[in-house]
Design a protein around this ligand. Structure first.
Ligand code: SF4
Length: 431
């Protein structure tokens, strides 16, 4: 519980979170303007890219694919069958061109954003035990931990000193940690720091409710009152039960992830949505996942970004069970990014994953529909536990965006622009 008389509103420089509708509306407005600018293939767009795209589409021999490409070009909503057709049969560069057009409806300014924040994994104890996870430990294992609050405060102070504006705080589903622990921690953070708290996940929120014997409504309301600003979409993996329950039998059915997100949105807690793929699913499962999130977004408008990454296998039970499982190729990753941008016509931001795919593929995703490079991440423990470790300082991030031909912009958690770097700006101000 919050200490009597102390709320997060007492934090220095406290800024109240914008309401959900305010976060997404500015992008939706741009999208509506852009959509009305062209209503046919002949009228829409005159750039060289658009002319080449039109030519590619018009000369596509497969009539069904041609019709779907035309719909995508015009920014019309694509059905699940049409999304699958694009994923399976469209060529890579046409998808990239179409996704870039779709991105420009939300983000016409030819710029790419990044965030400076830190991942803090407050505990690695987890009762769930997903096959694809190399991070978790069971209670009592020698390297199981729960970070002391003082250690977390120190990490946040370092983050702020380095110019960071947020923390992404996640852990396992630790059965020992009830809501009082989180209220004490969140209130402690907010009373000390002006920092955005993007924390927990659906499965953690469910775990807190369960051990605290609270409803989800009450749990979310109390977490929000203690300082929770937004919830990461982690733990969605693939929202198709035959995949999800096979990989994480203790996790609940797919609809639970959506249900909890809707409850969070009803409490005006914005969230991201995610997808982890490359772990035995089929293309139709990826499309099903995208459609489920798009449907939920039609109802709540609570997702402000869609973030996808690929399964990283080292040290996971899933790879032990399926040693022949191949890593997702860059081409397959980029196709999924592009089709996601084309189908997610109601989520403004799509993030490229340089953390799992590496900086070069992350950079390439900026030409396949991604408008954001995510976080520089001063600390990352989950993906690195699965054997993948890419590092990118602030200079590296800025240069990566520049070399892809975009203006780098530092943003905050809600995609407000904090700093505009010129294309030719020297990087001596960077950390
Ligand atoms: S992915 Fe999350 S829920 Fe699953 S085992 Fe790892 S920490 Fe636990």
């Amino acid at each position: 519980m919050l200490e009597q008389g102390v709320t997060n509103r007492g934090a220095p420089g406290f800024r109240p979170a914008p309401r959900l509708s305010e976060i997404n509306q500015r992008f939706v407005d741009k999208n509506q303007v852009s959509k009305t600018e062209g209503s046919s293939l002949a009228r829409a767009g005159t750039s060289l890219r658009d002319r080449l795209l039109q030519q590619n589409i018009e000369t596509t021999p497969d009539a069904e694919l041609r019709k779907t490409l035309q719909k995508a070009y015009l920014g019309e909503r694509l059905s699940a069958a049409e999304g699958l057709l694009l994923l399976n049969r469209a060529d890579l560069l046409t998808l990239g061109g179409l996704a870039t057009r779709a991105k420009e409806r939300f983000h016409p300014e030819h710029a790419v954003t990044y965030l400076l924040d830190r991942n803090i994994n407050y505990t690695n104890v987890c009762r769930i035990g997903c096959d694809f996870c190399a991070f978790y430990r069971r209670e009592g294992e020698s390297d199981a931990y729960v970070l002391k609050n003082e250690v977390i405060f120190e990490k946040i102070a370092e983050t702020i000193a380095a110019g960071g504006t947020g923390v992404l705080m996640q852990g396992g589903v630790n059965p020992k940690l009830k809501i009082d622990y989180y209220e004490d921690l969140f209130q402690g953070i907010k009373s000390r720091f002006d920092i955005h708290l993007h924390a927990l996940s659906v499965i953690e929120v469910e775990g807190i409710a369960r051990v605290s014997r609270l409803s989800l409504d009450e749990t979310l309301e109390r977490l929000k009152a203690a300082g929770l600003d937004s919830i990461p979409g982690a733990g969605a993996e693939i929202l198709v039960d035959e995949i999800r329950l096979d990989q994480s039998p203790v996790k609940r059915h797919s609809h639970r992830w959506i249900d909890v997100m809707k409850i969070a949105h009803a409490h005006d807690l914005p969230t991201t949505a995610t997808m982890m793929f490359g772990a035995l699913e089929k293309p139709e499962h990826i499309i099903d996942h995208i459609c489920k999130i798009r449907d939920a977004q039609d109802e709540t408008s609570g997702f402000y970004a869609f973030i996808m990454w690929t399964f990283q296998g080292e040290n996971t039970e899933l790879l032990e069970k399926h040693p022949d499982l191949k890593e997702t190729s860059a081409v397959d990753y980029l196709k999924v990014v592009a089709v996601s941008r084309l189908m997610m016509d109601n989520i403004p931001n799509i993030q490229g994953s340089w953390v799992t795919m590496g900086p070069k593929v992350g950079q390439t995703s900026l030409h396949f529909g991604a408008n954001d490079m995510g976080s520089i991440m001063m600390e990352e423990n989950v993906v690195s536990a699965a054997g993948t470790s890419h590092e990118l300082g602030r200079n590296g991030m800025i240069n990566l965006i520049r070399r892809a031909g975009f203006r780098p912009l530092q943003r905050d958690a809600y995609y407000n622009i904090l700093q505009r770097h010129e294309l030719s700006e020297p990087t001596e101000t960077a950390h």
